[in-house]
Design a protein around this ligand. Sequence first.
Ligand code: CFM
Length: 548
Amino acid sequence: MGADLKIEIEGLNPEKIKSELIADYPTKLARKRAKQIIINSVGCDGEVPEIQSNVRTVPGLIGQRGCCYAGCKGVILGPTRDIVNITHGPIGCGFYSWLTRRNQTDPDQSPDGHNFMTYSFSTDMQEEQIIFGGEKKLKQAIQEAYDIFKPKAIAVFSTCPVGLIGDDVHTVCREMKAKLGINIFGFSCEGYKGVSQSAGHHIANNGIFTHVVGTNDTVKEGKFKINLLGEYNIGGDSFELERIFKKCGITLISTFSGNSTIDGFANAHTADLNLIMCHRSINYVAEMMEKKYGLPWIKINFIGALATAKSLRKIAHYFGDASLIAKVEEVIAEELPEVEKAQKEIRPRTEGKRAMMFVGGSRAHHYQELFNELGITTLSAGYEFGHRDDYEGRRVLSEIKVDADSRNIEELVINPDPEKYRPRKSAEEVEELRQSGLKFSEYDGMMTEMKTGALVIDDISQYETDKLIEIFRPDIFCAGIKEKYSVQKYGIPMKQLHSYDYGGPYAGFKGAVNFYKEIDRMVNSKVWSYLKAPWEKNPELMANYACE
Ligand code: CFM
């Protein structure tokens, strides 16, 4: 933790690199960005410097962020196969949030075989609805979807114009729910709400908790029942984790929301432990489930073979059952040799390489584990929309200022359920587990695990991305589709950590091997050295970034 990292490049130390990045900005912007570009340092108590985050992007900067609707519909509810997700809005919002993230599902696991993810449902709002209102068309759309598909549930997602013209999606949903007798619920997740897709996560968490979680009390068989929160089955990650859980004898009640079904969410309160993978997108559901049902949560990470082994041990530690502890060790012992074999072969070719990653609100942290396993150092990393707790750890939660943008997002008041609240462990048992090293409701954040001297950059701009690449010439750069081709034009291999390009799974043991092979192929390919960016050949193509 926090080992020194010397990033001195042609006489530039981290301080100088930071000043380089903001040197051409107007004073006010430079001042703002200086608070979001931090040179990491970690004290012996895990103390890290403060980073400004979850604030508005300055107009004019090309950022990486998505919108509130994307966070709600695309990220949280999108991967659930048996809810008909209707986008209430113009067609583009529905179409471009449809499966672009490569979230997979396995309909064969559902008795009714429902899979609506292969459809993009939209009310296709036109001028007429913008002027006269869209509620009527929304009702028709819900009716039509019901008539054709007979789903168990329908969810409605509001796009920007819905909020602007004032359609009341919630009343429409209530009416249609009464009429059709299935679960129908809406989200006020207009794209402009909050400062990023993070607002949409929160709205989705509130909605799913209010309308679905706890509505099915069927108790499933199984001794060690868990929910996996914040895992979205990108490139098949959930499939690999399901395989591992099954092998260990751990019963997965629900995943929020990779390879998921509405019944899984409805039943989630019957599990005995919540595991949080992506803290940013789903910590609200975990908090609310703890308050209402007494279900504790722990932070885990299944990205990286060692991280996977560690996370499995944490689960076994929590349940404290000797047979589970032994089984988990047996599975780890069975799975690791293949990983180690791949690592032994590949690592000599990747050792000492340098990576940068700017993704979302959790992967910029988690993927550093996999790079570490390849001997690759992360020089610089950051989130698109993480909050201070994702960087610095949840210990700073009470210090985070609530501004107008976050006040916009409703905080639900949750009380213990009079009938269903059931503490899974007594206070003494919790204390004992804590004493023996199991951390409940805690996340230490990305910075505590990064090296001192590494640059941590929140909400990075395209301009800063270009500058960083010119200064560092990293061996691999990880981000998303919007950044991919500009990075490649510099002759730097670029791995998408949102959609995984065409690859995956990268979670769990088999995922780690896939990732090693992919990165080996990328960083050792000669093709990149032959590339010259168009603007290097023709300097007149170089954008003039100077902003006076
Ligand atoms: Fe969580 Fe995600 Fe992420 Fe995220 Fe996302 Fe994603 Fe992501 Mo793209 S939920 S925060 S909103 S881990 S879609 S599966 S890859 S930005 S780092």
